[in-house]
Design a protein around this ligand. Sequence first.
Ligand code: ADP
Ligand code: MG
Length: 558
Amino acid sequence: MGIREAREVLKLYFGYDKFRPGQEEIVTSVLEKRDTVVLMPTGGGKSICYQVPGLVMPGISVVVSPLIALMKDQVEALLSNGVQAAYLNSSQSSAEQQRVEQQCYDGKLKMLYVSPEKLLSAGFFSFLKSLKINLFAIDEAHCISAWGHDFRPEYLQLKNLKLQFPDVPVIALTATADRLTQRDILTQLYLQDPKVFISSFDRPNIYLQVKPGQKRMEAILDFLEERPFQPGIIYCLSRKATETMARKLQEKGYNADYYHAGLSARDREKVQEKFLQDNVMIMCATIAFGMGIDKSNVRWVIHYNLPKNLESYYQEIGRGGRDGAPAEALLFHSLGDVMTLRDFITQGGENSKEQALSLAKLDRMQQYAESTSCRRKTLMHYFGEEYQKDCGNCDICDNPPTSFNGTELAQKILSAVARTKETVASAQVVDILRGSRNQMTLNKGYDKLKTFGAGRDVPAQEWQRYIHQLINKGLLDIAYDEHGALKLNANSKEVLFDGKQVELVKFQPIDPKEEKEKRTKGKSRSAVENALFEHLRQLRKELAAERNIPPYVVFTDN
Ligand code: ADP
Ligand code: MG
């Protein structure tokens, strides 16, 4: 019973010629009956890591999985590969459950999927004791961590597995890799001297891009126009927003639909199925969409709003390009979103420790969005990976910013903040610098300030970026509990009064046309493709027009 048999099982049941990097070592560890922890990105191939050793060893494997829909898919996939598998959860009738239990007693099953609720239900452990269990696999193991975004209190009870079955190896698997979650998995499951496998979380085929949040709908329409055949996901912050987005896109003739937790289970399953089969091309969804969905050809993922942390962000964009072909992740970023998320966190009634952590995580998310160096490097460092070179597949690498002596600009910003007595937010500071005569500046008499209009020559978006940079460099503070009012600190005073020099990064605002050329380098369209795109544009127009036909128009044959 060793890796040779494992390779045979891999070929025989799954049809794969070889293990992916990492899988073989993990399978070996399980076959040695070691407790094993697997941190591998979504789509990396975690299932094989417990399914193969489970099939090689005599007895039955018990797999704990948090989602009923997932469980069903996995079991069906196994059955179609000729593996005797079944599941037990609360959605089944008691007759069904009894039938499965009988199959277990009769030794007819190799793999049993159970929900955590079922596992903890009365009498279930004594049922398990009567079986010959070769392995416990705990999928989506990050659900055990209260720090994580998918915390399931029932997962905490899984420590009883190790207490009750000290001789059965446990393998815990997740795509969430931050250190706190890792530590929770190790300690909460009472794992014995576990072997931990961390595969690279890099997904080099995903192009990473961040755009300013202003005019994001226009930017999305431009984006879609260029990608008419590509399935993709647009993540929105609220349920309502997913519906509005889907409707707007439908009105433009796009094949879009929406998904959120407010839909009935049936509707959710239906729309998900359509997306899986390419019958819906664009899914507008809340983060409720996607966990464990195995659709390999998602070509792009757009975040209409800033996600609340990098773990969620990375997991969500990881649903793109699972087939390894090029995919894109486009994130929209605005300080307004940051404020909204802060409000969510601070009003959530969480305890202060959790709040502090959530806020810290949000800060890191924001830093990523405002990063001035290779995005992939920033991400990989966040997940604790070494990453030396620039990736060459993100917007920063495509358009590297150049730095310049920004002391004068910084002084203008800081003195505007000082003159408004540190009471205004960044958007208003920009108004003052640009000399905008609007209600706010006039009512408050800001047009009389010395700094009013001191920076007309710099576009508003650029000022915003410089303010972000000063905040990121610790030269300026932002009081989120005072509607984002900007505040001076000791460092700002050095810049203002002691001649401290400030290096800023210049952003060449990219002309959309130029950007398109850059992204399609050497891939100009053929005449046939051009005709096809034009035809599609026409088709969308017609579809859109059809949708707008008022219901009282009656068509007749003559
Ligand atoms: P995860 O649970 O890590 O998100 P899955 O276990 O669902 O990933 O696997 C993702 C995809 O990779 C599946 O389609 C699976 O069949 C495929 N896969 C896994 N291991 C291999 C392998 N050794 N060779 C080829 N394909 C594999
Ligand atoms: Mg999985």
